[in-house]
Design a protein around this ligand. Structure first.
Ligand SMILES: *Cc1c(COP(=O)(O)O)cnc(C)c1O
Length: 454
């Protein structure tokens, strides 16, 4: 079905192209009229042959969109448990936007004075931005080009060369790089044996930095949920420590904003950063950076300089944002997904329940272990299969790839090919039937290779 569906959709795009070529006259020449009719017939024929089998095709499959660019059917053919892809799957509304708003600066059709992205009313960017700030319970917010761009903007505005900023030993690399890019220095708060970053360790590290450099760190930036274990870190306690020392606190919500409720005031964050393509059902590159009244003029301050030759000024453009940030289809798609995102965060408890259900089933396979904290508080989990599936891999002719092959045959994807000692998976967005199927599939594979299952 998906191959034929794509085929029909591409015919329609080619028809659209004829329309574009003949603007403003309409399709009036014979050649284009003929091509239009040919394409229309092909579309109808293709659609008539549609079968409801997901991967079934009519025999004359298309594989490529154009030279070497394959069509992507991962989400239509597979149950995808890729750790980073679950929360960024698009809504149908967002996918429709991508078709309609794909042209470069499409969002600028109705950009008038004061010429800034977040003031655009059509499509409703302005309304979206103000709802976003309410959604996060923060005072001000901007759409940015991914969470990493949010970190970069804050680092840019707050840090000077050789300033120290604290992250954790489990922080995402982009947080470290954003600090390094400013010529500042990142130091790590150790997560310790249980892989949880605590307020106590944060205070200790602040004291250490103070002793060593004679100055306090200029920023503390902590991932609420880390990318490796999917563990929850004590952002509430850490934010309190930061307040006691009067150090700005950045809450990294790449794995939270858009899938679970996030309340900036309750957390006590000076900055909230989220990722559109990780957790807000949005295309890349999208993200959010929210802040408070105390810091909005620092990070979102407007341009002050003017040209020495021309006297030019750039109105209310924001230097750290480089003026307008995310334009065109990615932004409008993010807006289109937002109503769903706002609702879905309310289902977080059920998502965590499903995550725990899967893990409890997974642990019935003898030798399976979980490296993440238990019970799970998130849908991203790291499992250790060195005493179970890796035992099989040792003797299998495909080595570690056997697990990938077996899952692939059951239409499950998202595991790193070759990984059999351990891997990360994300159950976010799977329904109960899919969760049970996932658990049954691992059990099947285990039994097939003679592992004991409780
Ligand atoms: C994915 C991830 C990021 C980076 O997000 P982008 O939106 O791709 O920049 C940052 N931090 C954590 C914890 C992540 O998991």
């Amino acid at each position: 079905m998906i191959y034929d569906l794509y085929k029909a959709m591409f015919y329609l795009e080619d028809i659209r192209e004829i329309l574009r070529k003949n603007v403003p006259f309409g399709i009036s020449n014979e050649k284009d009229e003929k091509e239009f009719n040919d394409l229309l017939n092909k579309t109808v024929q293709t659609l008539e042959g549609l079968s409801s089998e997901p991967a079934c095709d009519s025999g004359n499959n298309i594989k490529y969109i154009s030279d070497r660019i394959e069509i992507r059917t991962r989400e239509e053919e597979f149950l995808n448990i890729d750790p980073i892809q679950a929360g960024g799957r698009l809504t149908p509304e967002a996918r429709k936007v991508l078709i309609s708003y794909g042209d470069g600066y499409s969002v600028c059709d109705n950009c008038f004075k004061p010429f800034r992205l977040d003031y655009i009313k059509k499509p409703p960017v302005q309304e979206f931005v103000s709802e976003l700030s309410e959604f996060l319970n923060m005072d001000d917010v901007r759409v940015v080009r991914g969470a990493r761009n949010g970190f970069q903007i804050v680092a840019n505005a707050l840090l000077n060369k050789n300033d120290v900023a604290l992250i954790s030993s489990l922080s995402h690399y982009t947080l470290a790089l954003s600090i390094e890019s400013m010529g500042a220095i990142w130091k790590e708060i150790p997560a310790g044996k249980n892989n949880i970053v605590t307020a106590e360790e944060t205070a200790k590290k602040i004291e250490t930095v103070k002793e060593e450099t004679g100055r306090l760190p200029r920023l503390v930036a902590i991932d609420h949920i880390d990318y490796n274990y999917g563990n929850e870190h004590d952002v509430y306690g850490i934010s309190k420590v930061c307040r006691d020392y009067d150090i700005p606190f950045l809450y990294n919500g790449a794995y939270t904003v858009g899938i679970m409720p996030v309340d900036g005031k309750k957390i006590g964050a000076d900055f909230i950063v989220g990722s559109g393509h990780k957790s807000m059902a949005s295309p890349a590159p999208t993200g959010v950076l929210a802040t408070t009244d105390d810091f909005k003029d620092v990070v979102f301050g407007t341009t002050k300089l003017k040209g020495d030759v021309t006297g030019r000024k750039f109105g209310i453009k924001e230097p750290y944002l480089l003026g307008c940030t995310v334009m065109g289809a990615p932004l409008v798609a993010m807006i289109a997904s937002f109503p769903v995102v706002k609702e879905r965060v309310k289902d977080w408890d059920d998502e965590v329940k499903k995550s725990n259900f899967f893990i409890s089933e997974f642990l019935k396979i003898k030798g399976d272990k979980v490296s993440s904290e238990l019970p799970r508080r998130h849908t991203l989990t790291k499992v250790d299969t060195s005493e179970s599936f890796d035992r099989i891999a040792q003797k299998h002719k495909r080595r570690g790839f056997f697990l990938y092959d077996e899952l692939n045959a059951r239409k499950i994807t998202g595991l790193f090919p070759g990984a059999s000692r351990g891997f990360k998976l994300n159950t976010y967005g799977l329904n109960w039937d899919q969760i049970k199927y996932l658990a049954d599939s691992f059990r099947d594979i285990a039994e097939r290779y003679g592992l004991d299952v409780e």
